[in-house]
Write a protein that binds this ligand. Structure first.
Ligand code: GTP
Ligand code: MG
Length: 169
């Protein structure tokens, strides 16, 4: 009898562990691959390109989970782009990104980081493929219309930079 209960407990524990494992994997998958952070940069906003960019985002099959019109202070821009600190264009980038209003948004889609980077095109608008956002709205390599996260980890960090949980839908 005791042996039977023990066996049953072992099976129950096994089932719980298995289900927890599957649950954790599902949560990691949801957290890690479906989100990216974009900013419509100051020149694109100023040139009234935001509407066209948002249309492209919808056409690309993304869900807009959060969005706001805001302006970065110099300190905000320094912090957001701190991975580029020390690179020759860093000061120019910080000055530009804090020069006027931007639109920040969290976009959701499977494989969002890569999919969105495909949609925005190469860093330099002159080298961006036809039909991409940077080709359509970019001015030059510094004023290249939009930002897109470069990894799932940074998408998470950058989304938290702009939005609280209550601002996401
Ligand atoms: P983001 O999506 O904005 O991060 O662009 P990216 O990932 O395509 O490029 P990267 O992260 O290497 O550079 C960040 C930003 O710095 C770019 O979007 C540009 O605005 C700017 N940048 C990169 N290289 C240059 C450069 O050679 N000159 C200037 N002026 N700006 C640059
Ligand atoms: Mg980048």
């Amino acid at each position: 009898m005791a042996k039977l209960i023990f066996l049953k407990d072992k099976k129950t524990v096994g089932t719980i562990l298995y289900r927890s494992f599957v649950g954790i994997l599902t949560i990691i998958k949801i957290m890690s691959t479906n989100k990216t952070l974009t900013m419509i940069k100051p020149t694109a906003y100023k040139n009234n390109c935001a509407g066209k960019i948002i249309e492209k985002i919808y056409e690309g099959g993304f869900h807009i989970a959060a969005m706001k019109l805001t302006k970065l202070s110099k300190e905000d821009a320094q912090k957001f782009y701190e991975v580029h600190a020390g690179r020759p264009f860093y000061d120019e980038l910080v000055d530009f990104m804090s020069s006027g209003p931007i639109i920040a948004a969290v976009l959701e889609k499977e494989n969002a980081v890569e999919e969105y980077r495909n949609l925005i095109g190469a860093t330099n608008p002159a080298e961006a493929a036809d039909g991409t956002i940077r080709k359509m709205c970019g001015t030059n390599i510094g004023e290249n219309a939009v930002h897109g996260s470069d990894s799932d980890e940074n998408a998470e960090i950058e989304s938290n930079f702009f939005f609280s949980g209550r601002e996401r839908y």
